[in-house]
Design a protein around this ligand. Structure first.
Ligand code: FRU
Length: 504
């Protein structure tokens, strides 16, 4: 590692300044929409998860961060650590713009997204230095830490200073992993209107060889693939590629499952689908932990959304950590990690709840803004026009709510936030066939400004931010177009993981 040169000192000064600003800004937050059991920045802006890694017994989560303001400015890397994926501890800012290749000063510059690896016990970050100019300069850089907290940028930066083509639309978000003695890097890229995931290899993380595109858009998958993540999942050569494609509205995230050949560095696509069908899911990244689990976390917001919490001095949350598995047909399953059961309290269970056509049913002591619900319904005998569902975050007078419904005839799942409160409206929808036994199973995590829905054992995920009035905590179950029965319903209150602080 470098000696304490002037550059190292300059970076440390930037980090110390960021820490002081955060402390000050955190003391001024309005906590109306602060989440109770999701990762959020202490204050300021947060976007993509970066550098997800299980390192020396802890989970580390870095993130795109502006500690000075609740909008996208010169990007830093925030840093949090967890022993159980449920409780998070904020650590000092890890990276700040300080060098000509990542220097800050204006929005759209700085230490952009990337990943982390364990290089012989050294926690090493690989990130994109982004400098706006007439043509944005994007280069790949390293920063290294002995203690897992204080990072020094490599004197060899940028370790990849040129993209493979001069004419390109983006060259960023390196995700690095090791196989045998070789490091592999997948980088987000776009050229000639086609998003691509390009690959480099290295023996030492410093000198990289370009291997070409592992995969590229078939013409319908966007013109730049942000935040690619390529990893083994399932049997044999089976791999999954996660991408956040630009300019294919309304789809904002995709996975491709298939095979990756480490010799040719080519990915052969099988299935391709959305990872999450909600509005607020972007830039997912994964890690593999000591139990071999592939765990994914995504930014629980989306570029261009209304983002009401910005006015409150902060922006951004992470989704719950989700364990990924691959079904035999190559489709992805994502389920919240089992550790989250530690948050459950006050369990209530119902069986055989009859819902008449047109009903809106409240159940005794089933309400709140921090809840997990597990609902099972046999939909095989429902009328073709029947819908079964629930309204959450209902106002007392019933005029404001977010509605989750399953349409038996359409075989579709919806989350409708048109009457949900502040922020954007819109209806999320996903195709969903009943399970083999004719049932639909919904698992829903409600936090103070979010709802994450998992259907049929992780077959479908749907994530949305919700900004109702905090007093709107009602829950009402309904059937439409015919009667229906909730076969079983389990409800838990979920305990907060953050200290209940009222900064006002
Ligand atoms: C994705 C993204 C990345 C970039 C980062 C900048 O949300 O645009 O491509 O590295 O955010 O903060």
């Amino acid at each position: 590692m470098e000696k304490s040169t002037g550059k190292v000192r300059a970076h440390r000064t930037r980090i110390a300044e960021a820490g002081a600003a955060l402390k000050e800004n955190a003391s001024k937050l309005n906590d109306t929409y602060r989440l109770h059991y999701h990762m959020m920045p202490p204050a300021g802006w947060m976007n993509d998860p970066n550098g997800l890694i299980y390192f020396k017994g802890d989970y580390h989560l870095f993130y795109q961060h502006d500690p000075y303001q609740a909008k996208q400015g010169p990007m830093h890397w925030g840093h949090a650590r967890s022993g159980d994926l449920v409780h998070w501890e904020h650590l000092p800012v890890a990276l700040a713009p300080s060098e000509p290749y990542d220097k800050g000063g204006q929005a759209g510059q700085g230490c952009w997204s990337g990943s982390a690896v364990d290089d012989n016990g050294m926690l090493t970050l690989i990130y994109t230095g982004h400098v706006d100019g007439q043509t944005p300069e994007e280069v790949q850089c390293l920063a290294v830490s002995r203690d897992g907290i204080t990072f020094e940028k490599s004197a060899a930066n940028p370790v990849i200073g040129d993209s493979p083509d001069a004419e390109r639309f983006g060259f960023r978000d390196p995700k690095v992993w090791k196989r045998g003695d070789t490091w592999y890097m997948v980088v987000g890229y776009g050229k000639d209107g086609l998003g691509k995931a390009i690959v480099y290899t290295s023996g030492d993380l410093l000198s990289w060889t370009y291997q070409g595109a592992a995969a590229e858009s078939d013409g319908r998958m966007g013109d730049m693939w942000e935040c690619p993540d390529l990893f083994p999942l399932g049997e044999g050569d089976s791999h999954v590629l996660l991408i956040s494609p630009m300019n294919i509205a309304p789809v904002k995230n995709l996975y491709l499952s298939g095979t990756f050949d480490y010799g040719s560095c080519r990915f052969e696509k099988g299935v391709s689908e959305q990872i999450d069908y909600g509005f607020d899911f972007y830039a997912p990244q994964t890690l593999v932990d000591d139990r071999g689990r592939r765990i994914m976390i995504a930014w629980m917001n989306i570029w261009g959304a209304a983002m009401p919490e910005q006015a409150h001095g902060w922006l951004g949350a992470m989704t719950l950590p989700r364990e990924l598995t691959l079904a035999a047909d190559g489709t992805l399953r994502s389920n919240p990690v089992e550790e989250l059961a530690a948050l459950r309290s006050d369990h209530k269970a119902y069986k055989g709840v009859a819902l008449e056509e047109g009903s809106l049913v409240e159940l005794s002591r089933v309400s709140g803004d921090c809840l997990e619900l597990e609902l099972v319904a046999d939909v095989s005998s429902l009328a073709a026009c029947a819908e079964i569902g629930l309204r959450i975050r209902c106002s007392g007078d019933g005029s404001s709510y977010t509605e989750i419904r399953y349409s038996a005839g359409e075989r579709k799942l919806y989350m409708d936030r048109e009457l949900g409160g502040a922020g954007d409206g819109g209806v999320s929808e996903a195709p969903l066939s009943p399970m083999a036994d004719g049932r639909v199973k919904l698992r829903l995590f409600i936090d103070r400004s979010s709802a994450e829905l998992f259907a049929n054992e992780g077959r479908i995920a749907m994530t949305n931010r919700l900004y109702p009035d905090p007093s709107h905590t009602g829950i009402r179950f309904f059937a439409r177009g015919g009667a229906a029965v909730i076969e079983s319903l389990n409800v838990w209150q979920l305990e907060p993981v953050w200290p209940r602080v009222n900064w006002n």
